[in-house]
Design a protein around this ligand. Structure first.
Ligand code: HAM
Length: 461
């Protein structure tokens, strides 16, 4: 008698238990579109992003921050525990779903929570402190799309973990400020302190009792915000709420000595470096993990009612402990890159492309094209900014491209040049032509881009 085979365990059990429903993907014959709030960033806009991708690592490296890549998908509970259950980001804006294994996951709405998780997961407390990390990548929030507000947007962020000195709070603000300045954007910082959790608790009590006395002036929506988190009323844009708040107690008047000292020290560093800032006791930020210093970066001429912050940050000294790590003070900031790009676009002077082609290799016929392709590779490896138009066979078309891209020299290779082992170098400023032997092309071209040569042969106006 053969033994009965045990039935294989049901693989789908977990999924069924979790009540996962397989979603039927609707069929459509319509031309596909991007999902609302998601965008293509087209080549015409990449010049702005090229500058951002250049300046971000320069700033991060200058202050010894190491780059980290974090996953785009995390357990949804990470954000509930760090950003806070009652915040709009978690409550209304997260892209949460159950995966096929029944796990409840979320596209990351921000990266500070992931940084704190990574710090704990990889035992970074054993590294020399502070640990300084930076990141750049997409975040996702289900917000109502408008100019400067998208459902997928990019952040450049820096986080410093394992050190509570106020010098780091100031330094983070200086980094965010310098990033904008280096891109030619004038900004001003808004600064506040939320104190220690004990300070805040005391302050919320005072604010609550004041607001209770003013309830009749608050509409239903404001009363709802009050019930969820009275602090969130402080940065309400509603004029009636702001009128009520005029006589409200201010958090800056209710800080403990420790918190006041910390804030004063941060401000002294900013003063020393002449960083423009405004103390704003109504700045509370929309994320729950903050303690002590909080700040936002605003366009210098933006008004806080009509416009959007370019970035924000602050201290989060309790977050790592709350996620199960050791007590680890930390602070950081993130800048919204779409909003930075909008600022760059507002500028009168358009940004010049970072890649400036110097030379175009033109060719006439099959055999010259093969040689031209080899020459192109050689010049590229020599560090010359060379471009090509190998799919074109007509010289005029190739010269037009050379003019349009602003190259100084077009190297022309026809059958005669190939036979003689030379290229014809045409100076696009004036049309002078000279022949250069193949072997000397790279050297001769490099010479023509030295400062002395360019001074002696200036561009025609
Ligand atoms: P946050 O203020 O929520 O802070 O976001 C930072 C920046 O991201 C905003 O100032 C804005 O420029 C940009 N941003 C936010 N939402 C959108 C959106 N829907 N569309 C376009 N841009 C947006 C944080 O995320 C914290 N993690 C910052 C931080 C780092 N705090 C400490 N360390």
């Amino acid at each position: 008698m053969t033994a009965k085979k045990k039935p294989a365990p049901k693989k789908v059990a977990k999924k069924e238990e979790a009540g996962v429903v397989d979603i039927k993907i609707p069929r459509s014959n319509k031309t596909p579109q991007t999902v609302r709030g998601f965008r293509d960033i087209l080549p015409v806009d990449q010049v702005y992003w090229d500058y951002i991708r250049k300046v971000a690592p320069e700033i991060a490296n200058a202050y010894s921050y190491d780059y980290i890549d974090l996953p785009i998908l995390e357990e949804a509970s990470l954000f509930v525990r760090s950003v806070g259950e009652e915040t709009e980001v978690v409550n209304k804006e997260m892209f949460v779903f159950m995966d096929k294994g029944g796990d409840v996951v979320s596209l990351r709405p921000e990266a500070t929570a992931s940084i704190a998780r990574a710090y704990i997961n990889h035992g970074m407390l054993n590294l020399p402190q502070p640990v300084k990390l930076w990141y750049m990548g997409p975040m996702f929030r289900y917000e109502r799309p408008q100019s400067g507000r998208y459902r997928q947007f990019y952040q450049f962020g820096c986080e410093v973990l394992g050190e509570k000195s106020p010098v780091l709070d100031a330094q983070l603000m200086i980094m965010a400020y310098s990033f904008c300045k280096d891109l030619g954007i004038d900004v001003v910082l808004q600064v506040n302190s939320l104190g220690t959790p004990a300070d805040r608790k005391e302050y919320v009590k005072k604010l609550t009792s004041y607001l209770k006395s003013q309830m009749k002036y608050l509409d239903e929506q404001a009363q709802e915000t009050f019930a969820r988190n009275p602090l969130r009323l402080l940065d309400s844009k509603d004029e009636k709420v702001q009128a009520v708040l005029e006589d409200a107690p201010q958090i800056l008047d209710h800080l403990s000595d420790e918190s006041r000292k910390h804030l004063m020290s941060v401000l002294e560093y900013l003063d020393e470096l002449s960083i423009p800032y405004e103390l704003n006791s109504k700045l509370v930020r929309g994320l729950d993990y903050y303690t002590q210093t909080v700040f936002e970066i605003w366009g210098a001429n933006d008004d806080r009612k009509g416009q959007l912050a370019l970035g924000g940050g602050g201290r989060y000294d309790n977050l790592i402990k709350e996620l199960g790590g050791r007590e680890t003070p930390a602070a950081g900031f993130a800048l919204g890159l779409e909003r930075i790009v909008l600022k760059l676009k507002e500028k009168e002077q358009p940004l010049p492309p970072l890649f400036k082609p110097q030379v175009l290799v033109a060719q006439l016929g099959d055999a010259p094209r093969r040689k031209a392709m080899a020459l192109f590779e050689e010049l590229r490896k020599e560090g010359i900014n060379v471009i090509e138009a190998f799919s074109k066979s007509n010289l005029k078309q190739q010269l037009d491209i050379a003019n349009k891209r602003g190259v100084r020299y077009t190297l022309i290779l026809g059958a005669a040049e190939l036979h003689d082992g030379v290229v014809l170098a045409r100076d696009m400023e004036g049309g002078m032509q000279e022949t250069i032997p193949f072997k000397k092309v790279a050297k001769e071209i490099k010479k023509r881009f030295t400062e002395e040569y360019l001074l002696a042969h200036p561009k025609k106006k």
